[in-house]
Design a binder for this molecule. Structure first.
Ligand SMILES: CC(C)(COP(=O)(O)OP(=O)(O)OC[C@H]1O[C@@H](n2cnc3c(N)ncnc32)[C@H](O)[C@@H]1OP(=O)(O)O)[C@@H](O)C(=O)NCCC(=O)NCCS
Length: 202
């Protein structure tokens, strides 16, 4: 109890910027990444990324878009683009891999936190011509680290059962994959308790 005559100052329970409709981009989550032939910045997506994000979609093959969006998504309408690039950085987060120099977005991982905050779901996309260079693994590792640091208990991903690349990547990153008989979607999940090592550096 506070001594008489002293007022107790209530502790702030909000995260910085929580009262804002659109929060500032959290720059402390930026990370440099070097892959063979690629110098990148992994960083949260920003509103000004709309054109580069549209370019990522335009330069990604139809099969890959179907694997990511579970439907053809060749072009995104402007409102859809805004929705993808103007996020609240809390319930929804997206990390993009931006190439040094060009600023091109070569891939992204998007993370949605379910109500209650325990479970988060990821969705991953790497530009078709840049696959098999370690980008997908680096982005999934970033998502795992981010969710673990936030205190989520489980990370899940919904993956088409014919998506061999993503199923293999999920298993490589320590996720367990479950498929119900006859289902077209498998669910990959990872417990994020500290005892679970998850994945190491890319
Ligand atoms: C799945 C995807 C993100 C992988 O990205 P990527 O940058 O090519 O992956 P990486 O180079 O980091 O590969 C990591 C591992 O994934 C697995 N993998 C990746 N591509 C594969 C393929 N075509 N076939 C089999 N395994 C594959 C391998 O285990 C690989 O490890 P290795 O290179 O040591 O063998 C990419 O193929 C993609 O964007 N696909 C379309 C969208 C999609 O399927 N999204 C998933 C929705 S949840």
């Amino acid at each position: 109890m506070a001594p008489e005559g002293h007022k107790r100052i209530a502790q702030a329970t909000r995260r910085p910027g929580e009262h804002l409709a659109i929060r500032p981009c959290p720059r402390d989550l930026e990370e440099r990444l070097e892959l063979p032939g690629l110098a990148l910045l992994l960083r949260p997506i920003r509103p000004e990324d709309a054109a580069a994000y549209a370019d990522l979609i335009a330069r990604t093959g139809a099969d890959d878009l179907r694997m990511r969006f579970f439907a053809p998504a060749r072009t995104l309408p402007a409102r859809g683009l805004d929705r993808c690039t103007q996020i609240n950085y809390d319930r929804e987060m997206a990390f993009v891999a931006a190439q040094d120099g060009s600023g091109d977005i070569l891939g992204e991982v998007r993370i949605f936190t379910y109500p209650g905050g325990d479970t988060a779901e990821f969705a991953l996309l790497v530009r078709t011509d840049l696959q098999r260079r370690g980008l997908g693994r680096a982005l999934l590792r970033k998502a795992i680290e981010y969710c673990r640091a936030r205190g989520n208990s489980t990370l899940i991903g919904q993956i088409r059962t014919d998506n061999e690349a993503m199923l293999a990547l999920a298993r490589q990153c320590g996720m367990e994959v479950e498929t119900a008989p006859g289902a077209s979607l498998a669910v990959a999940h990872l417990a994020l308790r500290p005892a679970c090592a998850g994945v190491g550096p890319a």
